[in-house]
Ligand binder design. Structure first.
Ligand code: FE2
Length: 235
């Protein structure tokens, strides 16, 4: 299984804060059945001012430590990019940490705020699509605007945004509304990916295996397995 979304690089965002916890998180990910862990630090203006160069430097140091621990997991660096004008800047300066390709188009993880859909969001997405870029919309089931009105997700689907839900949502960790919307989206066949978005050992641990098991009960084993190994995605 590939887990495309996690905050395991120590001290770069609100995820793991020390190397010991990071190692433990990866050990748990292996137990959950993850073979490739993508590490996706937040990039958000005025909050998490991370950039590709520094993240790459820290990631390469982290990779050496993980290899010394002989943890049987592949690591890959990308980012969870908050919506904002910095996305255009990063694309123009070729400094956006891509996840890989989705149906042969460059793709990255796009995050919206937790409560609303900022005006201009769809304009940005249309602009990205004209540039042959595919933004993967992360955890819409946790966004209040989508919870109140799931139809607001349709323009994102129409624009060709793959949808990633979070395993804890389906397991109930983000409350009743997030769970309900996650189930609804799964049932309607609108979900392309599931990821752990793990942040720490205590409250947001690696739990992708549990999430995929829960999804299997809703959409069957074959479809659920694709959520953690989407055929359209190449890292
Ligand atoms: Fe995240």
């Amino acid at each position: 299984m590939i887990d495309i979304h996690s905050h395991i690089l120590p001290n770069v965002d609100d995820g793991v804060q020390n190397i010991n916890d990071a190692i433990k998180m990866l050990q748990i990910a292996v137990q959950e059945g993850v073979t490739t862990q993508v590490i996706t630090p937040h990039i958000q203006a005025n909050r998490f001012e991370n950039n590709l160069k520094e993240l790459t430097r820290l990631f390469e140091m982290f990779r050496i430590t993980v290899e010394a621990e002989e943890i049987p997991i592949k690591l890959h660096l990308a980012a969870e990019v908050h919506i904002g004008p910095q996305i255009i800047q990063m694309i123009e300066t070729d400094t956006l940490p891509w996840l890989g390709t989705w149906n042969d188009q460059k793709c990255f993880l796009l995050e919206l705020p937790p409560n609303d859909i900022p005006s201009g969001t769809l304009n940005l997405i249309q602009w990205l699509r004209t540039k042959q870029i595919t933004p993967i919309l992360v955890h819409p089931e946790r966004n209040r605007a989508f919870q109140k009105n799931p139809a607001k997700l349709q323009p994102f689907l129409n624009a060709g945004c793959p949808i990633q839900i979070t395993s804890s949502s389906i397991l109930g960790g983000f409350g009743k509304q997030a769970k309900q919307l996650a189930i609804e989206l799964l049932t309607e066949g609108k979900v392309d990916l599931m990821a752990s978005d793990c942040h720490n050992l205590e409250y947001r641990p690696p739990n992708l295996g549990q999430g995929i098991n829960a999804a299997s009960k809703i959409i069957g084993d074959t479809q659920a397995a694709k959520l953690a190994n989407a055929p359209a995605l190449k890292l």
